[in-house]
Ligand binder design. Structure first.
Ligand code: IMP
Length: 175
């Protein structure tokens, strides 16, 4: 079957929503630096846009975990591939995620990061598929809620392809 891409959320809609999230984050946090933790690789474009919508001092760090290989379904296991470079102890930490699906990845990461004693820790996720949830996750800043579709673009991949698409698209024709 041929692979198909159909636009679910356009680049314009994404930009508008990301600007709203940035403004909300600025309003919510007290004065002082914010520590952004980007979950690689899928969140790199979201992080790059969101950080430019947050008008205050921020530190940025990157962490890499994997729960998906080349498959479209979670293995249920999470592995830490790259840890943070900086300490988050005492900081106001905002974890930046591309999409919350089963919730396995964020449950693991929030457990690991909470043990490092940040002052506060919250989650910003561009996309949320609540119908797929296996573990409860509290998403503090949510871009869009979507149905149970496999999506690519704006950082999200399928087997490392499609990350550079400007729109978020439903990928069809792949089993
Ligand atoms: P979870 O642990 O099941 O919540 O999965 C989170 C991770 O799975 C995300 O950070 C993505 O890397 C990947 N993922 C889940 N759904 C999709 C999708 O529709 N497209 C691309 N990647 C996805």
């Amino acid at each position: 079957m041929a692979t198909t891409l159909s636009v679910l959320i356009s680049a314009e809609e994404i930009q508008k929503r990301v600007a709203e999230l940035g403004a909300q984050i600025v309003r919510d946090y007290p004065e002082g630096p914010l520590h952004l933790v980007c979950i690689l690789k899928g969140s790199f474009i979201f992080m790059a846009d969101l950080v430019r919508a947050i008008d205050r001092p921020v530190k940025m760090d990157f962490i890499s975990v994997s729960s998906y290989g080349k498959e479209k379904t979670s293995s249920g296991e999470v592995r830490l591939n790259k840890d943070l470079d900086m300490s988050i102890e005492g900081g106001n930490v905002l974890v930046i995620e591309d999409i919350v699906d089963t919730g396995v990845t964020l449950t693991y990461l929030m457990h690991v990061l909470s043990q490092r004693r940040p002052r506060t820790i919250r989650i910003a996720a561009l996309l949320d598929k609540p119908s797929r949830r296996m573990r409860p996750v509290k998403v503090d800043y949510r871009g869009f809620e979507i149905a149970d579709e496999f999506v690519v673009g704006y950082g999200l991949d399928y087997a490392e392809d499609y990350r550079q698409l400007k729109d978020i698209c439903i990928l069809g024709g792949v089993e």
